[in-house]
Design a protein around this ligand. Sequence first.
Ligand code: TRP
Ligand code: SF4
Length: 400
Amino acid sequence: MYAERVLSGMRPTGRLHLGHYHGVLKNWVKLQAEYPCLFFVADWHALTTAYDDPRVIEESVWDMLVDWLAAGVDPAQATMFIQSRVPEHAELHLLLSMMCPLGWLERVPTYKDQQEKLSDKDLSTYGFLGYPLLQSADILIYRADKVPVGEDQVPHVEFTREVARRFNHLYGREPGFEEKAREAVRKLGSKRAKLYEELRTRFLQDGEETALEQARALLEETQNLSLGDRERLYGHLEGGGKMILAEPDALLTEAARMPGLDGAKMSKSYGNTIFLREDPESITKKIRTMQTDPARVRRTDPGDPEKCPVWQFHQIYSDDATRNWVQQGCRSAGIGCLDCKQPVVEAVLSEQAVMRERAQPYVDDPTLVRNIIADGCERARKLAQETMRDVREAMGLDYG
Ligand code: TRP
Ligand code: SF4
């Protein structure tokens, strides 16, 4: 019912590395060509865990934006902005907090997980508990229907759907809603109206999700409905009122296949990363000193690529010919490990060369980035303000 729209955010908590590039940014670059996209820096989310040292956030924000641009995020296609520069996110978060049951927040799996993982920090704060709700506000304020995220974030998108449903249920009831909805059903014409009612009953009474999908498809293909009637019919379907906030879907990003230098997942906390725009000598050194199959003590000892993190890099960076050369050469001790690493060094360096080149103008003239963001914030803010008008009106807060 609303235009398709993709939204995603990233917390500015330090420099980005190849894991972010292969896991997230490449996917954003693909999406920006297919949908209207909004990508933003979630600086308030970073504050939930870095409240005692907000400096890191400030340093990371602009570097991260340059990394996005370096990776190919294109401000001519996607809207790039900073969360805290669109204060409407905070207003929606506040309003949603009034109706969000505490138990819902306490049950979000990341809440306890992260508290345990970051046990050196006191995360028994109001802000940290509300992390998923702030994320819901980020999503709902743009009526985004697609949210590309990794697996760990799927519960937050699910949570957002529940928040939207509850909001619509509580505030989507205009005076005389039932009557108006029945009137809208009649306008579908007798055949469609009958099918609509049938599907609605099957969903509401028997919880049949497929019936809900069919009914939605029916509305989608029905033309000449007014926007108001259309919204009433969507809302009525689920037993609620008018649909004011749209329920988003997670677009599951394939698990980042990028291994770290030690073969474990690439992550800053493991110290096994190659950063974006890292200098070539340092990258070369990191790869040349990577661990290999421990069985290859001497050059003449044969090895097994399956036991070697360098092989995982070949799987990302090398073509079939090179991979065959590795398999053969390693198992027969025909090549040394430094020989084997050379094509990886070259592939990583040339990937980075492209990124450096894209980043250079922004590094030379930081006002370019500031302008892109000023522009993005303005565009984002317009959309956010529209939603907030509807939200205030629905809640009866437009008396001011
Ligand atoms: N919580 C997300 C993460 O840690 C970042 C984020 C904040 C986000 N708001 C969002 C992602 C809205 C998608 C949509 O990765
Ligand atoms: Fe690893 Fe290559 Fe050495 Fe084999 S030859 S152990 S795959 S680095």
